[in-house]
Each structure stands twice: as structure tokens, then as C-alpha cells.
Design a protein around this ligand. Structure first.
Ligand code: ADP
Ligand code: NI
Length: 210
């Protein structure tokens, strides 16, 4: 088995019990998006794919002990023979690509980081994005909708992690992603998915009776 297949298998194993919308199927969709974006860019594809496979493995909102998981990932990549500067770049991408890491100020990402960020963000919007938001909200005890609760503005990471409502998550994050895509490929796909989310929100509110 080549190194990348072992990384893939490692990620699958790590995320197999996830029930928050960050399971291995999310990873496979992100990898597929990344491959599509890579076709239009000049970038180190091994760095993109390793980062895509591992990007949710040590996320602090999903696991108890992110510090020891990071160590485990570093050890795994070292064992596989990836050079330490390659491994540093993987961590740099994963640490700086998330929406929450970019709330205070926008982080500068390498082209590889920009591709993985776009690939991950494409999976947060559109039909699958809608499903994942409700799945995540249910798992963490969020209210589906409350017209009395207004979307929050200008949040830091701690405030962002407090449960809100799932419908507000669209205004607090999901609808903002279209204008934050780095690559032309992702910008094009995001436009269609944005329209779908806006239609959904309109129908949702009209059925709700608003
Ligand atoms: P990042 O890892 O980029 O910081 P998030 O942690 O914001 O991204 O979320 C990843 C995905 O989890 C979102 O795209 C969404 O599907 C879901 N999610 C996160 N926060 C919420 C929330 N408050 N309500 C509903 N879904 C959420
Ligand atoms: Ni992800």
C-alpha cells in the first residue's frame, strides 16, 4: 500500500464513529472536491490530499484530547517517511483553514491550504451542507429554528461554539462562505449551492408560517 492509502485508512479509522457530519464520508467528499480544484491549479497534490484526509482528525470540537491526537498524527506521518517540513506544512494548513480560526483575523494560506479550505467549505454548503447543519445541530442539542433569536454578529471562537439555532448557522456562517472561496472552481460551484440554500431558507420560513 502506498503512503497516501495508509493515511486514508488511518483517517477512516479515526472518524468511523463520528455522528456530527464529520465522518469518513465527509472526508471522501472533501478529497473529491480537492481533486476537482487541483485540476485547475498548480499545487503539491500529495500535500493537499494528506491534509484533506487528516483535516478533522484532531479538531477540538470533535474530540476530547486534541493535543495527544496531534502527536499521534505526527508520529504516523513520520513513520510513513514524510519529511518533517512536509508534516509541518500539513499542520499549518489544518490549524489555519477552519472558519473558527479565521474569525478574529483572516489567516494567510499556501495554495495547498486554500484548496483544502475550499474543498471543506464546499461540503458545508448546498444540499449536503444543509443536511450536515441539521445533523450537527441535533447532535449538539441546538434548536432548529426560533424566529425570536437573531443571528449573532462579530463572534469570537468561544461565542461561535455556543449553541445557537441551526437556521441562524446559515446566516452566521454558511451563506458567508460563497464570497470567501479562494479558487475559481470553488467559486463557481459555490454560486449554485448558495442559490439552493437561499431557496431552502425561503421555503422553510414560509412553511413555518413566517
Ligand atoms: P470549521 O471546522 O471550519 O471551524 P465549523 O466548526 O464551523 O467549521 O463547522 C463544520 C461544520 O459543522 C459546518 O459546516 C456545519 O455543517 C456544522 N456546524 C458547525 N457549527 C454549527 C452550528 N452551530 N449549527 C449547525 N451546524 C454547525
Ligand atoms: Ni471538514
Amino acid at each position: 500500500m502506498n503512503k497516501l492509502s495508509i493515511v486514508k485508512e488511518f483517517a477512516q479509522n479515526q472518524l468511523k464513529n463520528d455522528k456530527t457530519g464529520h465522518d469518513f464520508n465527509h472526508i471522501l467528499r472533501v478529497v473529491k472536491n480537492a481533486q476537482l480544484i487541483l485540476a485547475g491549479e498548480s499545487a503539491n497534490s500529495e500535500l493537499v490530499l494528506v491534509s484533506a484526509y487528516l483535516h478533522d482528525v484532531f479538531d477540538d470540537k470533535l474530540i476530547e484530547d486534541p493535543a495527544s491526537k496531534r502527536q499521534e498524527v505526527r508520529q504516523k506521518l513520520t513513520e510513513l517517511g514524510y519529511p518533517s517540513n512536509f508534516i509541518d506544512q500539513v499542520f499549518e494548513i489544518i490549524d489555519n483553514m477552519s472558519f473558527s480560526a479565521n474569525l478574529a483575523q483572516k489567516k494567510t494560506l499556501s495554495i495547498e491550504g486554500q484548496i483544502v479550505q475550499d474543498a471543506d467549505r464546499l461540503d458545508a454548503i448546498g444540499a449536503v451542507g444543509i443536511a450536515r447543519a441539521f445533523y450537527y445541530g441535533g447532535h449538539f442539542g441546538e434548536t432548529m429554528y426560533d424566529p425570536e433569536i437573531l443571528p449573532r454578529q462579530q463572534m469570537n471562537k468561544t461565542a461561535y461554539r455556543q449553541p445557537g439555532t441551526v437556521i441562524n448557522h446559515f446566516y452566521e456562517k454558511l451563506l458567508k462562505l460563497k464570497d470567501q472561496m479562494n479558487t475559481i472552481t470553488a467559486q463557481t460551484i459555490a454560486k449554485q449551492r448558495q442559490r439552493f440554500m437561499l431557496d431552502f431558507l425561503e421555503k422553510f420560513k414560509s412553511e413555518w408560517g413566517q
